[in-house]
Write a protein that binds this ligand. Structure first.
Ligand SMILES: C[C@@H]1N[C@@H](c2cn(-c3ccccc3)nn2)[C@H](O)[C@@H]1O
Length: 449
């Protein structure tokens, strides 16, 4: 039975306005985690802490006063926003999401509502504006990550257990809403807000505020896009309301994981985005990446294709150093992925779920409105035979490698709604793309009756 909700989903189905269509067609984004945590980089008093570097304050049990004094050391001598943006452009991202304020509470912009911000560092200048302008100049959309959880602000509460808790937390919610209004007003090209740090009881008990913030941002910046992670409904239900309807404009629950192509196929019916770290679990810069697996460019590229094949966006994280430079591992990943995207980007940008059953050899994507099916092959079968099951009435016609349109690939119909594509057997060292002309004609539908 459907519940009457005051703070639930505001609409159902995918947004189809120009701003959301652009967000969706972008598909590939760069996440940037940059703050005071990048200065120690996971090491404190000579000890390396293996947990996520942006959590060093809690891992090393550092007092807020000591941690906050890092502000007086923030002076990124090697920072160059244009270089960051050029690297991102070459990687092939169409958007970038940056931590304006992470859990530590330090603000990369000169906020009027707290002194704990960039203007009180040796750097002084509005570094957020420099970054926004540099990325926009490269044609890359910029989105703002904002942590509601705030370790610095004394009015923050994890739960509301007393009158003074609710008075203090109300002050905090006003502070956060003012900061968000400031961001939406002063950086008019911002396209989306990525909320984090909203899992505590204090926020779940104030679902009204999460809707108020969504409405405020959409009135200050019409068309702006809000992730589901901000939202809690009348009963504290998050991401999806108590009627199971998605709140916000896209689902942002996939953090360091992707939906399963079979079990989670229902995600193809709403907009969603997965965010991913290069190491096992480091968002902020960590000095020592030997402490965990570091994903290869090909592992990450497969995740990007996987996300696109299920109608989702992929947000790959970079953690610049405290001095503003980008570590060599991240530079290498940007280059390798970028080289592939330069040739094959058309199977990612403006592409979506193709409506075919997942096969072992890789992923299908399809450009909106196109009768061309894209096959991105990561696992070449020893037989060289790529099995394809098509929906009833769909016919596969000619096929070729994206890069050699003149050389046909044999398409063999082997049974009702089943084909094999004959891929030349050889050593492939990068993901292969085959494009297939297909037809949803009905004339052959009953061929195997
Ligand atoms: C997008 C990512 N979300 C932040 C995070 C993750 N977590 C967390 C905390 C406990 C268990 C699992 C996840 N807390 N904050 C990470 O710091 C990063 O910003």
């Amino acid at each position: 039975k459907r519940l009457e909700l005051k703070y639930g989903a505001q609409y159902t189905g995918k947004r189809t306005d120009a701003a959301m269509n652009k967000w969706r067609s972008n598909r590939f984004g760069q996440f940037i985690h940059w703050g005071l945590y990048a200065i120690p980089g996971g090491v404190w008093n000579g000890k390396t802490y293996n947990y996520a570097a942006e959590f060093l304050k809690s891992s090393a049990h550092i007092s807020t006063a000591t941690w906050d004094s890092l502000m007086y050391k923030f002076n990124p001598k090697k920072f160059n926003a244009k270089e960051w943006a050029k690297m991102a452009k070459k990687m092939g991202v169409k958007y970038m999401t940056i931590t304006t304020k992470h859990h530590e509470g330090f603000c990369l912009w000169p906020s009027r509502y707290t002194d704990f911000n960039i203007s009180n560092t040796p750097y002084k200048k509005d570094i957020l504006k420099e970054i926004v302008d540099a990325y926009n100049a490269e044609g890359i959309d910029v989105n703002f990550y904002y942590s509601v959880l705030d370790w610095h602000n004394p009015d923050w509460r994890y739960d509301i257990k007393s009158k003074e808790d609710s008075i203090a937390f109300r002050r905090y919610l006003d502070f956060a809403e003012n900061q968000l209004k400031e961001l939406a007003t002063n950086y008019p090209t911002v396209k989306a807000f990525w909320f984090d740090g909203t899992w505590d009881a204090s926020v779940k008990k104030n679902g009204w505020w999460t809707l108020e913030v969504e409405k405020m941002l959409k009135s200050v910046r019409p068309g702006v896009i809000i992730n589901s992670r901000l939202r809690a409904d009348d009963y504290g239900s998050r991401h999806k309301d108590s009627n199971g309807e998605l709140m916000g404009d896209y689902e942002s629950g996939y953090e360091r994981r992707l939906p399963d192509p079979v079990k989670d196929i229902k995600v193809t019916s709403w907009d969603w985005e997965a965010c991913m770290t290069i190491p096992e679990n480091q968002w902020g810069y960590h000095q020592d990446w030997s402490i965990s697996h570091v994903k290869s460019p090909l592992e990450l590229l497969e995740m990007l294709v996987h996300a696109t094949s299920m109608g989702g966006n992929f947000l790959l994280n970079f953690g610049p150093k405290g001095d503003g430079s980008i570590r060599s591992e991240e530079q290498n990943i940007a280059k390798t992925i970028g080289d592939w995207m330069a040739v094959n980007g058309q199977v990612i940008y403006n592409c979506d779920y193709a409506g075919l059953k997942k096969q072992d050899w890789g992923y299908f994507t399809r450009e909106k409105g196109s009768n061309q099916l894209n096959m991105v092959i990561f696992n070449v079968p020893v037989s060289g035979l790529l099995h394809v099951d098509v929906p009833k009435g769909m016919i596969l016609k000619k096929a070729h490698f994206l890069t050699t349109p003149g050389q046909q690939i044999k398409v063999e119909e082997i049974a009702k709604n089943q084909y094999l594509l004959h891929m030349p057997i050889k050593l492939y060292t990068s993901p292969q793309v085959i494009v297939v002309e297909c037809d949803n004609g009905k004339e052959n539908a009953n061929k195997y009756q």
